[in-house]
Design a binder for this molecule. Structure first.
Ligand code: GCU
Length: 628
């Protein structure tokens, strides 16, 4: 990056100032799989200032002399040590009242010490999520910039780190028509470093990534492993990797050349499924070729220069005709949508909240979540692996993004790659979704079909979908994007936004989609405790009746392979301003308090109980008259 003069004038007459920070993007190609690695947390109190005019980046505050404010020889407009502390991870909107609707650039800073533990070690700085455009500076130098509010990013800071370090992070949460999502969404735009931040120490040559899964060949007896090795100076390396899955008696050497290696091994793993979420301990080690020959042991082991461990479930998800098969058995996805929105923590979450969310799903007899509309915290898929829950994960290509803008596509594809690289070892994830409710235009078709192809390129073991709109003129399920999807998602609000409910059965009868359909949104608002007749908007009675009509209709449609009503919990939404909403979207089956169930919750519970019976006992005729 070219050095900028530091004089005062140049720092205020610089309208194109942001471009210099976009020359060093932190992207999916930099992403290192850190699963199972030891991490050193940088969470805690950071000093913070809301920088409404983005002056830190305009005026290069980050170059600030290491001297303190009081020793400065010229007047400074920043003052790292006197700023008020703020928690990391957290959304600033719920940390300070005056920041509730702040969507500009927040400047975070803290110091830390670093002492190397091994010769030549690499030091990686990792963010699990920060909204939206995040520029990271260390000891006066730009480390890089990341776009995207919901995916991880990391940087190798080995060459910039010292014993005593000052880190500065500018998180710009602004909404913008060229971003993903664009400036108009139906959820709250939280800001800040709202997920974990930590350091990871790596050897000079390390295992950068691995992708281990059951080969989707219908035999359930072949495991494929792809390994990616990275050298310190991004040099390609030659060597040997060793894949060990002791419980399956797998100890397989893998040749590494040009930094990559793959193998297919025969194995008969116990298959992962919601009823039996079996996980295996997987270990991968690596040894550079020159050290391998010298260290090869009789039992096939060798002195490794890097080791990683993961816990992986093996399962196969496929479609055939209009049905979805998990491990060769037809399955109905009994799900619900959920936003990453907590009344007290906003978009920040934790394992306890995730486990409670899964408990609430299971109380409803569900086995599946649509994690809307963006990648949720990476721990969700890890915990879903343990708890036996299936997941639809999605990138926020939401509504009318700039489909004809190359930079917007690059951003969308990068977020999709970061999501897939983060979670493709998670058995719980069965569907990658490339977007939600986008008008069927030529530019959208090009943009989203390219995303669908990219998803398949990175991961041939999962299904690709999107939440599509129904063709309301033809009253038909018809969307050109469907040709590029394995499963067609449809959002429909008959009985709510369109009061003519009987259009839904007509649409379903009028369509022949040729592949499985997931009703990935339906429902209506109800203010918790609001009672009235089934015709009264905003009442629990109206919502319950709507759910009864919807579920009765689904029972009569053979190509619906799953449903996810919108939504499990009421959530914050600045667009929702009437007396019942009060800046919340009230379509939740449970109130925003995450305790108070609405009557419609029990309609879904009963519908899924019946579906569960069919899943478990396929010959059960749930409509048979069981009265005695
Ligand atoms: C849309 C959209 C959701 C939104 C919902 C609603 O389908 O996908 O994000 O919240 O409808 O209107 O409540």
């Amino acid at each position: 990056m070219k050095e900028k003069s530091g004089n005062y004038q140049s720092d205020i007459h610089n309208s194109g100032y942001e471009s210099e920070y976009l020359e060093s993007m932190l992207e999916s190609s930099d992403l290192i799989n850190i699963a199972g690695r030891e991490t050193e947390s940088l969470n805690g109190k950071w000093n913070f200032a809301e920088d409404l005019y983005d002056t830190c980046r305009r005026a290069h505050w980050f170059r600030g002399e290491s001297c303190g404010f009081s020793d400065a020889q010229v007047p400074l407009d920043y003052d790292w040590e006197s700023w008020e502390p703020i928690s990391v991870p957290a959304v600033w909107n719920l940390e300070k009242h005056e920041l509730h609707y702040f969507e500009g650039s927040g400047v975070y800073t803290r110091t830390f010490h670093y002492y190397p533990k091994s010769k030549g070690e690499r030091l990686i700085l990792r963010f699990e999520g920060a909204a939206y455009r995040t520029s990271v500076f260390l000891n006066g130098k730009l480390i890089g910039t990341h776009d995207g509010a919901s995916t991880p990013f990391n940087a190798d800071i080995s060459d910039a780190v010292k014993t005593f370090n000052r880190i500065i992070v500018v998180a710009d949460a602004g909404r913008n028509p060229l971003r993903i999502p664009m400036e108009n969404t139906d959820w709250f735009n939280y800001g800040g470093i709202y997920r974990d931040v930590y350091l990871v120490r790596l050897p000079q040559v390390y295992i950068k990534d691995w992708f281990i899964r059951l080969c989707p060949d219908g035999t359930f007896s072949n495991i494929i492993a792809d390994i990616d090795i990275q050298g310190a100076d991004k040099s390609y390396v030659y060597g040997k990797a060793l894949l060990e899955i002791k419980e399956l008696r797998i100890k397989q050497e893998i040749d590494i050349s040009n930094g990559k290696g793959s193998v297919k091994v025969s194995a008969k793993p116990e298959l992962w499924n919601p009823e039996n979420p079996k996980l295996y301990d997987v270990e991968i080690s690596f040894c550079k070729i020159d050290e391998f020959k010298a260290s090869k042991q009789k039992d096939g082991g060798f002195k490794s220069s890097d080791n990683v461990k993961d816990r992986i479930g093996f399962r196969e998800i496929k479609t055939k005709g209009q049905e979805i098969f998990l491990n060769g058995k037809k399955i109905f996805l009994r799900g619900v949508c959920v936003h990453e929105d907590h009344f007290a923590l906003g978009k920040t979450t934790n394992p306890e909240i995730i486990r409670q969310t899964i408990c609430d799903l299971k109380e409803m007899n569900g086995n599946y979540f649509r994690l809307a509309h963006y990648p949720h915290d990476g721990r969700f898929a890890r915990i879903a692996d343990e708890e036996g829950v299936l997941l639809w994960e999605e990138v926020p290509v939401y509504w009318a993004v700039a489909f004809d803008n190359a930079g917007t596509y690059k951003d969308a594809e990068n977020q999709l790659c970061e999501l897939i690289l983060r979670d493709r070892n998670r058995a719980s994830v069965i569907i990658w979704s490339v977007g939600n409710e986008n008008a069927d235009t030529d530019s959208r078709l090009g943009f989203m079909s390219a995303l669908a192809k990219k998803a398949k390129e990175l991961d041939d073991s999962r299904l690709v979908s999107a939440a599509c709109l129904i063709n309301h003129e033809k009253l038909k399920i018809e969307d050109r994007l469907s040709d590029f999807l394995d499963v067609i998602g449809i959002n429909e609000y008959y009985g709510w936004y369109d009061p003519e409910f009987d259009k839904l059965p007509r649409i379903l009868n009028n369509s022949n989609p040729g592949k499985p359909v997931l009703v990935c949104e339906f429902g209506g608002d109800a203010r918790s405790g609001q009672r009235g007749s089934v015709d009264d908007l905003w009442t629990e009675d109206r919502q319950k009746r709507l759910y009864e009509q919807q579920t009765e209709t689904f029972k009569k449609c053979s190509y619906i392979a799953g449903t996810t009503p919108w939504i499990l919990y009421d959530f914050r939404c600045p667009r929702r301003l009437n007396r019942y909403q009060e800046k919340f979207n009230r379509k939740g089956l449970i109130d925003a308090d995450r305790v108070t169930r609405k009557p419609a919750f029990y309609v879904m519970q009963k519908f899924y109980e019946e579906k569960k019976q069919i899943d478990c006992f396929p010959d059960t005729d749930v409509n048979a008259d069981n009265s005695v």
